[in-house]
Design a protein around this ligand. Structure first.
Ligand code: GLU
Ligand code: ZN
Length: 295
């Protein structure tokens, strides 16, 4: 196995896996395995209020049920606070961050995009968020499926939050510190995370770390026109035979599936999917998911 390519799946334990999260898990797994790479799993449990008891263990069991076996130990973000604190301290020593005491309602009043109000006010940590000084905004980046993604200028220039006022570490900070720590070279995830990508790249650049490749997969949409998510109560993946869901996910990603798959074991279906994986066949458009097919 070559260590040159490392992919990952990084679910938040806010509920069980559903068809939408299976797309991200399977897509990142196949992209890594097709390059003889490693595939890691990280549980993003940095937001206790949004966590559902037992969901993390359930997610890991669902990955096993679907034949998606990972390399190495699972990384739990709840064990990484020290690393996040060190990263924040380093940014602050480099004068790349500052405390901000602005309220959400003030930012709302000025149109929703932060204006850098506290940049030179030298506020202390009391009741404050930490923001990254966006001296080198990332205005575009490459996506392996979508090509050049242009970033809205106002968003690119916004000094974004890296440590929340409520004491929680920001997703963008934790994801970058951990992807770097785990040696991730390929970030494959849902298209709902295209927007934060530019901020994550800005953080890589601030730390002087190599930036991974990005591939944003199409989202599975519910009949309500919203992406399937734990928030809109997408149905958990069925227990038992995982092959219908894997095959449906492969169809969703427009990857070839053998006609007689019903006679093949799950491991064989996955091996074929690895051998036949083609990024160029992936659709960029989000598409409706109908759960009629898995039943
Ligand atoms: N934890 C994030 C989620 O479940 C995904 C993070 C990522 O893939 O960068 O939406
Ligand atoms: Zn402020």
């Amino acid at each position: 196995m070559s260590a040159s390519c490392i992919g990952r799946f990084a679910p938040s334990p806010s509920g069980e896996l559903h068809f939408g999260s299976l797309i991200a898990a399977l897509g990142s797994y196949l992209e890594a395995r097709a390059q003889q790479g490693q595939w890691r799993v990280r549980i993003e449990d940095i937001d206790p209020p949004r966590e559902v008891a037992g969901a993390a263990r359930r997610i890991l069991a669902q990955l096993e049920q679907h034949g998606l076996t990972w390399d190495g130990e699972v990384l739990w973000q709840s064990t990484r606070h020290e690393a996040y604190r060190e990263a924040l301290a380093w940014l602050s020593e480099q004068q790349r961050s500052y405390y901000c005491t602005c309220t959400r309602s003030r930012i709302q009043q000025i149109g929703g995009i932060y204006d850098g109000h506290c940049r030179n006010l030298h506020a202390g940590p009391e009741n404050a968020a930490l923001r990254l000084r966006s001296d080198h905004p990332v205005s575009e980046f490459q996506d392996k499926l979508r090509g050049t993604i242009k970033v809205d200028a106002a968003l690119a220039q916004e000094d974004f939050i890296i440590h929340r006022r409520d004491g929680l570490f920001a997703y963008n900070l934790a994801v970058v510190v951990d992807d770097h720590f785990q040696g991730v070279t390929e970030v494959v995830r849902g298209a709902d995370l295209i927007d934060p990508t530019a901020r994550q790249i800005a953080l890589y650049q601030a730390f002087g770390w190599p930036v991974p490749d990005y591939l944003h997969l199409p989202l599975a949409m519910g009949a309500d026109g919203q992406k399937l998510s734990k928030q809109n109560h997408a149905a958990p993946l069925p227990s038992g035979d995982a092959r219908p869901a894997i095959v449906q996910a492969l169809h969703f990603l427009r990857q070839p599936v053998s006609e007689g798959w019903q006679d093949l074991p799950l491991s064989e279906i996955l091996q074929q999917a690895i051998a036949r994986w083609q990024v160029t066949a992936l659709p960029a458009e989000n598409a409706l998911y109908s759960n009629a097919e898995t039943q």
